[in-house]
Design a protein around this ligand. Structure first.
Ligand code: FES
Length: 63
């Protein structure tokens, strides 16, 4: 299934670049081109980033 129609980028390609280290929409765009056209797929790219990163296990800021 295509995530980005403008650049013909499939979901599996987006997931692969996230697994390779892309952590922002910009980094995903640089790696595979997704999200660099009309921008309508950026929400979906964000969802995929969150999905691939899994639950947020970062420590909260200490006061
Ligand atoms: S659908 Fe991805 S930039 Fe247009």
């Amino acid at each position: 299934m295509y995530v980005c129609i403008c650049n013909y980028v499939r979901e599996r390609e987006v997931r692969a670049v996230i697994r390779d280290g892309a952590r922002t929409e910009e980094e995903v765009g640089d790696a595979c081109g997704a999200g660099t056209g009309c921008g309508s797929c950026l929400d979906r790219i964000c969802e995929l980033i969150e999905d691939e990163e899994g639950p947020d296990t970062r420590m909260p800021f200490a006061a």
